[in-house]
Ligand binder design. Structure first.
Ligand SMILES: NC(=O)c1ccc[n+]([C@@H]2O[C@H](COP(=O)([O-])OP(=O)(O)OC[C@H]3O[C@@H](n4cnc5c(N)ncnc54)[C@H](O)[C@@H]3O)[C@@H](O)[C@H]2O)c1
Length: 248
């Protein structure tokens, strides 16, 4: 377990399967955490913690939400995890502008503007301590293996890997590290693979060397490592958490 005592963190996508696991892991390690999501009921179910309901597809709302989260935490944050995401599917010839924009605006654009807002508040507070941003991409950046029509999603997640490298280069001089976790197929409501358990398991048996879905907690551990001081010389890189899916 990493030591986040005295650290403040914001997690977007806080009501989602992976976001919830990241929050639990950060809290267990001593961090004060604020969660942002558009799902108000999902945030309420997190219990007694700082939460902000916001639509991260909108940049102005993203800035307002980050400001509100920092006010609830009582100061600038040391960790930002961008875990909000959507999985809008359509075959290439049927991708329309709305589908395209939804994937890009949340999976890619919101990750940048949330970080920009967090860093603006940090500068305003003249904070200079170590800070970490962790983005959440997907093996969909490399491969459309489950058969889903995920071209636009994959493009947004590939963009996020490039964005992570650019953010890391830009902000390193300000003592800010930026990395990205690349999950494979993880057991959350986003994934429909096991709707047909037999076909789902057959796919896992042939395509994923560890032959099972990943658990949100396994993604959370990787996120917390990259966010922690144990990763103090790691920036601009990606960490794949996929049970070996990209190996075969
Ligand atoms: N589950 C997987 O297999 C998998 C694999 C690779 C990457 N990922 C990525 O991990 C991240 C978390 O996904 P998850 O599996 O927990 O899915 P999830 O659907 O459980 O969680 C996503 C969360 O993002 C929130 N969100 C979506 N649009 C939003 C918006 N406009 N404003 C604010 N919040 C918004 C949702 O309300 C939800 O709580 C996503 O970026 C996803 O793309 C998931």
């Amino acid at each position: 377990m990493h030591d986040f005592n005295g650290r403040r963190a914001i997690v977007t996508g806080a009501a989602g399967g992976i976001g919830r696991a990241i929050i639990a892991e950060l809290q267990r390690s001593g961090a004060s955490v604020a969660g942002i999501d558009r799902d108000e009921a999902g945030l309420a179910a997190l219990g007694d913690m700082a939460t902000v309901t916001a639509d991260l597809a909108d940049v102005a709302s993203t800035r307002t939400a980050v400001g509100a989260a920092i006010a609830l935490l009582g100061g600038p944050v040391d960790v930002l995890v961008n875990a909000a995401g959507v999985y809008v599917l359509a075959p290439a010839m049927r991708v329309d502008v709305e589908d395209w924009d939804l994937n890009q605006s949340i999976n890619l654009r919101a990750s940048f503007f949330a970080a920009q807002a967090v860093i603006a508040e940090r500068k305003a507070a003249s904070a200079t301590g170590p800070m970490a941003v962790v983005n959440i991409s997907s093996t969909g950046a490399y491969r459309m293996g489950t058969g889903d029509a995920a071209l636009s999603y994959g493009a947004s997640k590939a963009g996020l890997i490039g964005l992570t490298i650019a953010m890391a280069a830009e902000w390193a001089r300000e003592n800010i590290r930026v990395n990205v976790v690349v999950p494979g197929v993880i057991d959350t409501s986003m994934v429909r693979l096991m709707d047909d358990p037999e076909a789902g398991q057959a796919w896992l048996d042939t395509r994923v060397p560890l032959r099972r879905l990943g658990r949100p907690e396994e993604v959370a551990k990787a996120v917390c490592f990259l966010a922690s001081d144990d990763a103090s010389y790691i920036t601009g890189t990606h960490l794949v958490v996929d049970g070996g899916y990209l190996c075969v």
